[in-house]
Design a protein around this ligand. Structure first.
Ligand SMILES: O=C(O)COP(=O)(O)O
Ligand SMILES: [Mg+2]
Length: 226
């Protein structure tokens, strides 16, 4: 039997990237003549990668966004964000202890994110976290991405895990919908990036700190799913 696996979302779950994403978003919006957004606006734009973030910010300010302009601003966003990694981004409190705990308990771990794979690897490397993960899969790793459940199930397969003994941990509706569609239990953190409280999306469990993400909880969720 292959190992149990715990799959993490990245932005807003493992790492607090909001200050840097917001700065790069505003750099790009400024170049497009759209007002800067704040932490509240950011929460409703994030979750589907940088392109969608720009698109949503334009829609919110009722400004048309022709494709060529979208491409230009996305390139500015990407360059700015990529150059500044890791910037101010840091793992949330208790993340590293939790990753050590699950390593010691024999779990595999993986990242399934709508960030690009390249930026995800660069960020995790800069924070010395790459070593924990058997797979790091971004929005461009496969031909599909969250909320398509195959992004999650293929991440599990790539990590060598067992989808019948898997748990997803995320911060957004995208993560919860993805896990549910894959038939995998999902723990939602309540401190990430979502404009609506995660309870509305009915995850299997909500936590407010990584100390609550125990091996016993993961075992319990896996047992209940089978
Ligand atoms: O970058 C985004 O928009 C979302 O990234 P996440 O899937 O790691 O939360
Ligand atoms: Mg997230």
């Amino acid at each position: 039997m292959s190992s149990p696996i715990i799959v993490f979302d990245l932005d807003g779950t493992l790492v607090d990237t909001a200050p840097d994403l917001l700065e790069s978003l505003n750099h790009s919006l400024g170049a497009g003549g759209v007002p800067h957004t704040d932490a509240t606006g950011f929460r409703s734009f994030v979750g589907h990668g940088g392109r969608v973030m720009i698109e949503r910010a334009f829609a919110a300010s009722r400004t048309p966004l022709p494709v060529a302009e979208h491409d230009r601003l996305f390139a500015l966003f990407i360059d700015h964000y990529g150059e500044n990694i890791p910037g101010k981004s840091l793992p949330y409190p208790g993340v590293l202890d939790a990753l050590d705990r699950f390593t010691d308990a024999g779990f595999l771990m993986a990242v399934c994110t709508n960030k690009t794979e390249g930026f995800s690897r660069k960020l995790l490397e800069a924070l010395d976290m790459t070593r924990y993960f058997a797979a790091i899969c971004g929005q461009d790793t496969f031909a599909f991405r969250k909320p398509d459940p195959r992004h999650l199930t293929e991440t599990i397969a790539m990590a060598g895990g067992d989808r019948d003994r898997a748990v997803m941990v995320g911060d957004s509706q995208t993560d919860i919908d993805t896990a549910k569609a894959a038939g995998i239990p999902v723990v939602a953190v309540d401190f990430g990036y979502t404009d609506r409280h995660v309870r509305e999306f009915e995850p299997s469990k909500i936590i407010s700190h990584f100390d609550e993400l125990t091996v016993a909880l993961a075992d319990k969720l896996i047992a209940a799913a089978n």
